[in-house]
Write a protein that binds this ligand. Structure first.
Ligand code: ATP
Length: 292
């Protein structure tokens, strides 16, 4: 019996490790859609997150030398606060997130987390500190529970249950005969966009990172599904430093600071009411979206 058990146990281990690697790959492809081009600096330190304050200091960036994408961007995300990044398609919003995750290095300027330049810390410690809810989450052909557990394979059952609760997945799971053991993905249950995004939120919660990035987390949802996601995001974000990249301004009116990007530059920043009173770019975008 033991002769059979050991190889099977080993195969199980290999299987889980491959799955884990695939999740990491998915995270990269989901938001970042690009292979890493950066490496650890010699003698890189481990990032020591105390509060999770983020600062972009005079950051400029281009993918190709002849086309600037971000121009002299400076802003702070205070520990535990929520900053929204808005602006037209192509303004550079996701590029900011890619730089924070160090999928690319800045061309000039620097980014710090709790006063440590992210270029001077190990990629591993940096990426552990950041959880991302990408625009389009890929689910694997396994159970809902296992899909969530990818966020942190060592998580306890009660941690997974808590993540399910916080991501407002419980009611949905209760409607399924096999509950969270229901298989999803291509060969399983086809879940809706909103359910998929809540699974991504549960995964991110489970990762227990001090910094959260929501990249268009409520895009393409009907307003009822959007409200559920917003509620989940709101509760989760209240415990983290969070950056929310949004098209629909109605989803970020509660942000502590809203940053308006236009052609790679910050043109306005402030709270929702302040920006409306300013009567500029944000107010214009708001008015257009209200008509819709
Ligand atoms: P959206 O709202 O449509 O997601 P965005 O504001 O997030 O847009 P980014 O994805 O940051 O914009 O892209 C900013 C600019 O950088 C765009 O003009 C885009 O074409 C360009 N860009 C994005 N990724 C790459 C890349 N890998 N190589 C070259 N240019 C890129």
């Amino acid at each position: 019996m033991i002769q059979l058990f050991l190889p099977l146990n080993f195969l199980g281990f290999v299987y889980r490790e491959i799955r884990r690697a695939l999740t990491d790959l998915e995270n990269m492809l989901g938001l970042l859609n690009k292979k890493p081009q950066v490496t650890n600096a010699p003698n890189a330190n481990t990032l020591n997150v105390k509060n999770g304050e983020i600062a972009f200091n005079n950051v400029s960036f281009s993918y190709n030398a002849n086309r600037p994408i971000l121009n002299n961007i400076s802003f702070k995300v205070k520990a535990g606060s929520k900053v929204a990044i808005v602006g037209a398609s192509g303004a550079g919003k996701s590029s900011l997130a890619r730089l924070l995750y160090r999928f690319y290095d800045v061309t000039s300027g620097n980014i710090t987390i709790d006063n440590q330049a992210i270029s001077s810390v190990t990629l591993d410690s940096l990426r552990k500190a950041i959880a991302i809810v990408p625009q389009d989450t890929v689910l694997f052909n396994t159970t809902i529970r296992e899909n969530i557990a990818y966020g942190r394979p060592s998580a306890s059952d009660s941690d997974i249950d808590k993540a399910i609760e916080m991501a407002h997945l419980k009611d949905f799971i209760n409607t399924l005969a096999d509950g969270d053991k229901t298989r999803v993905g291509e060969r399983g249950l086809k879940v809706s966009g909103g359910e998929k995004q809540r699974i991504a939120i549960a995964r991110a919660i489970l990762k227990q990172s001090p910094i959260l990035i929501f990249d268009e987390a409520t895009s393409a949802l009907d307003s009822q599904a959007e409200q559920v996601i917003l509620k989940a995001m709101h509760e989760v974000a209240s415990e983290h430093t969070s950056i929310v990249i949004a098209h629909r301004l109605s989803t970020i009116t509660d942000a502590h600071t809203i940053i308006v990007l236009k052609s790679g530059q910050i043109v306005e920043q402030g709270q929702h009411n302040e920006l409306l009173a300013l009567g500029g770019e944000y107010a214009h975008m708001w008015a257009l979206q209200q008509q819709d």
